[in-house]
Ligand binder design. Structure first.
Ligand code: GAL
Length: 351
């Protein structure tokens, strides 16, 4: 090989080495500085996509994230192990902050452990972790509601509606409100608080109650319909109220009641839910469902994105926002009672 050839080969090799080195450096720089010139990456995990209320929060998050952060949304398919793997991937892919809707509230600790190692901020939402776990990491916050408030409001709404209509709704005129209760996922802070506080409010108002049955339908309409079918054949005309922890289950119960002829004027059984999803709003307008509690998905989605955008940019999470924080950890969006008279409030929230 003559000298000229040797020089060309050495130069070519040097060029290749420099090129490889540049790629490595730039990747490393990107992951450290957050995609130079591009939007900061944020990884989000939703406990399962197949949950109607969560889909409204996701829509709100996606709309609000547009042009501000690169949001990478993941379906955890109701499996905590899948979600923890997704968290690992988000961290590996260079997320600057995490947004987590836990599958199991108890798994907050495992998520925080991972976030802490990577020194990343994490916003939990919808399923509230234990306060001690949230307080164990200075870069963890919760965006959601006050579960207890939804139960109290639902209970007060039932009291008002019952007092106005008991001449028709107290079928056997024994002065007792005989109910069946559809519960969300056991152990879920919303399901537990709603079941407890709704009933406490009714009792506090001096109304005697009779619980005919209570069962979980896991926030799901088909499961709720199945339960309701069984209760109708077991209790027939003894059911005087259907209290549901969310609207999706209330709609399942309505389906069952409708098929069994219980929505006609004479046999009418009142049903209440929580969330104020569009299909429930429709039923309240029609008069087949009597009320719900607005769980403001739109505001929750906006608050999540405002906070996480700040966190991903290394700013104070409340920077340039008007959200109120309590105990330095919680941004809670208020619930609103919805009946036919103020249905426009719920319609506005879903615009
Ligand atoms: C609740 C909501 C339910 C369900 C649940 C999922 O706040 O009312 O419908 O979506 O969250 O965690």
């Amino acid at each position: 090989m003559n000298n000229m050839k040797k020089i060309i080969i050495v130069l070519a090799m040097a060029f290749i080495i420099v090129a490889i080195f540049k790629v490595c450096v730039s990747r490393d720089t990107y992951s450290k500085t957050g995609y130079k010139g591009k939007l900061p990456k944020v990884g989000a995990a939703i406990y399962k996509y197949d949950d109607e209320f969560m889909s409204y929060i996701c829509n709100s998050m996606e709309n609000d994230a547009y042009g501000r952060i690169a949001l990478n949304m993941n379906d955890s398919q109701n499996d905590q192990n899948i979600q923890l793997q997704q968290v690992d991937e988000m961290i590996l892919k260079g997320s600057r902050a995490l947004v987590i809707n836990l599958v199991q509230p108890k798994a907050a600790k495992a998520v925080i452990n991972k976030a802490r190692v990577a020194n990343l901020p994490v916003i939990f939402f919808n399923k509230e972790p234990d306060a001690s776990v949230l307080n164990s990491y200075d870069k963890a916050w919760f965006v959601g509601t006050d579960s207890k408030e939804s139960g109290i409001l639902q209970g007060k709404m039932i009291v008002d509606l019952w007092n106005e209509n008991k001449s028709k709704w107290d079928k056997n005129q024994d002065g007792k409100l005989s109910y069946v209760l559809l519960k969300g996922e056991p152990g879920h802070p919303d399901a537990e608080a709603r079941s407890k506080y709704a009933l406490d409010e009714i009792k506090k108002a001096g109304i005697s109650v009779e619980e005919l049955a209570q069962a979980t339908a896991m926030w799901d309409d088909a499961k709720a319909k199945e339960k309701m079918d069984g209760w109708i054949s077991k209790f027939n005309d003894r059911i005087e109220f259907v209290i549901s922890n969310n609207d999706v289950m209330a709609l399942g119960a309505l389906d069952s009641l409708e098929k069994a002829g219980y929505l006609s004027e004479k046999k009418f059984i009142p049903v209440v839910g929580i969330d104020a999803i569009p299909n429930a709003i429709k039923k309240i307008k029609e008069g087949t469902m009597v009320g719900t509690i607005l769980n403001d998905a739109s505001s929750q989605g906006r608050a999540i994105i405002d906070l996480v955008t700040n966190a991903a940019n290394g700013k104070n999470i409340l920077n340039s926002t008007s959200w109120k924080i309590t105990n330095n950890k919680y941004v809670r969006i208020p619930y609103v009672t919805i009946i036919k008279d103020n249905i426009d409030v719920a319609e506005q929230a879903y615009k």
